[in-house]
Design a protein around this ligand. Structure first.
Ligand code: BES
Ligand code: MN
Ligand code: ZN
Length: 504
């Protein structure tokens, strides 16, 4: 993560801004916006803008960008008109993407200081602060790059350094500033998760994840990292079984953040930290196996939330639990047919060593449940089936608590870090019955995402629980407006939104 662009807010006329560029969003089908009128100030400016916009009638199409130079009456040398699409279709998510795309474009063209005129760009149900937050998140997340391993950095002599978001009135300033502060912390958490995910598997090992957790500093945060010996002593036997085939030691990481009242039980956040998943003896095909370095993105999401929550001094108690290992096929590797006794005591027949995530989560969830948290949310790149079901637009949501699932679904829509529920009918539990142990670690071809969740459900006791399968969302090799190719930081924004709504 490079240094973050400065974002601030201001009330006043954009025409008076002495920036390199003023950005004006333009809705489709409107020759001229009232915002444009306000911006222009002088009749001379208005006339120029009107004439210009008439000639470019395609403008306004979502994402289209055009530049007008030396507009009379405007101090900034460039006016950048950005198409915002149809007004009725504009959402906060769209605004976030638009801001990301524009920031990227301006950065590429060498603008250093820009003012964004939000004015009366209406987004249904959104306050000025909501819009400012979406813009700030879009700018920061859109500019993120992971280039630490390139010895020749991308050519950019004058990168974007400051974005000033212009709000309609002085009365909006306090809320807008708070929104930027929130966005700053959340984006720092997302980018931390992206950095961890993008690190190659020879660097981001279980030991490295432990070090990164220990590097998080806050007076109310305590981090404990267990090495292999401590893990053996504690009895995280399912984690140890998966670790058997690897030359690297596993780690079990516990984070405790006491931001809330002493009497309040914490929210537990549990993450799958598979730093490389070869499949083990049930080895994966070679194609795209390199992407299995991202199999620790659940752990990265947990660390990202801790980073953001501590930075915001969020008034909640959090318990973080991360199980981390590689899944390899060394001589001592666990094998199909093995029976493993988990930390909780339930016995598991291993029918496929590639269904390893649920094994290490079994121990992490059982440990979390034992600590009697108010609720548990886990993050895991758990099943290829989830990529097929939901693609990269939403994480799979399952669990035992309707209240928690509803709140997460809502937070997913608000934050743009979407989640979509899959059912967990009792009948699915049939599929993970074993002939020789309490359960088996695969449930057949049908409903693979759900049967994986059914497996996890056996380890959470009666603690209200939600499971996020981020297999399709945690990384994206094509990239999107708000996420460069690689890890996305999925899970951080939705849970940060949920935690904020919970403590308000
Ligand atoms: N880490 C994978 C899931 C995965 C696959 C995530 C592809 C993202 C993209 C997980 O450990 C796994 O291998 N799951 C198996 C389970 C199966 C053997 C029951 C899968 O989904 O194929
Ligand atoms: Mn696997
Ligand atoms: Zn895996």
């Amino acid at each position: 993560m490079g240094s973050m662009v400065t974002i601030d807010v201001k009330a006043g006329a954009a025409a008076k801004q002495r920036d390199d560029a003023v950005v004006l969003p333009l809705l489709e089908g409107r020759k001229f916006t009232p915002a444009g009128d306000k911006l222009a100030g002088q009749e001379e400016t208005r006339a120029t803008l009107r004439a210009w916009l008439r000639r470019f009638d395609h403008l306004g199409k979502f994402g289209d960008i055009g530049t007008l130079y030396d507009v009379p009456g405007m101090f900034a040398p460039r006016l950048v008109v950005v198409g915002a699409g149809e007004e009725r279709k504009l959402s906060l998510n769209g605004l976030r993407r638009l801001a990301a795309k524009t920031a990227h474009e301006l950065d590429k063209r060498g603008a250093r200081d820009v003012a964004v005129y939000l004015a009366d760009l209406n987004v249904r149900g959104a306050s000025v602060a909501d819009k400012v937050r979406a813009v700030a998140e879009g700018v920061w997340l859109g500019l993120y790059r992971f280039d630490k391993y390139r010895t020749k950095k991308e050519e950019n002599r004058r990168p974007l350094r400051r974005v000033t978001v212009m709000v309609p009135s002085r009365r909006d300033l306090d809320a807008a500033e708070a929104a930027v502060e929130r966005a700053r912390a959340v984006c720092a958490g997302v980018m931390f998760a992206r950095d961890l995910g993008n690190e190659p598997g020879n660097v981001c090992t279980p030991e490295h994840l432990g070090e990164q957790a220990l590097a998080l500093k806050h007076p109310k945060l305590k981090v404990t990292v267990m090495d292999k010996k401590a893990i053996e002593k504690a009895g995280f036997t399912a984690l140890l079984a998966v670790n058997q085939g690897s030359a690297r030691e596993p780690r079990f990481i516990v984070l405790e953040y006491a931001g809330g009242a002493k009497k309040d039980a914490p929210v537990a956040l549990v993450g799958k930290g598979l730093t490389f998943d070869s499949g083990g003896i049930s080895i994966k095909p070679a194609a795209q196996m390199d992407e299995m370095k991202f199999d620790m993105c659940g752990a990265a999401a947990v660390l990202g939330v801790f980073r953001a929550a501590t930075e915001l001094n969020l008034p909640v108690n959090l318990l973080g639990v991360i199980a981390s290992t590689e899944n390899m096929s060394g001589a001592a590797a666990y094998k199909p047919g093995d029976v493993v006794t988990s930390y909780k005591g339930l016995t598991i027949e291993v029918q496929n060593t590639d269904a390893e995530g649920r094994l290490i989560l079994a121990d992490a969830l059982a440990y979390a449940a034992e600590r009697k948290p108010a609720e548990i949310i886990d993050f895991a790149t758990l099943t290829g089936a989830c990529v097929i079901a939901l693609g990269s637009q939403a994480s799979g949501l399952m669990g035992t608590s309707s209240r928690l699932k509803k709140a997460l679904a809502r937070a997913g829509e608000d934050s743009g870090d979407r989640v979509w529920e899959l059912p967990m009918y009792e009948e699915y539990q049939e599929q993970i019955k074993s002939k020789i142990a309490d359960i088996r670690n695969i449930g057949g071809r049908e409903a693979g995402t759900i049967t994986a969740a059914c497996f996890l459900s056996r380890f959470v006791d009666d603690v209200p629980w939600a499971h996020l399968d981020i297999a399709g969302t945690a990384w994206n090799m094509k990239g999107s407006e708000i996420s460069a190719p690689g890890a996305t930081g999925a899970g951080v924004r939705v849970v940060m939104d949920y935690l904020a709504s919970r403590s308000s």
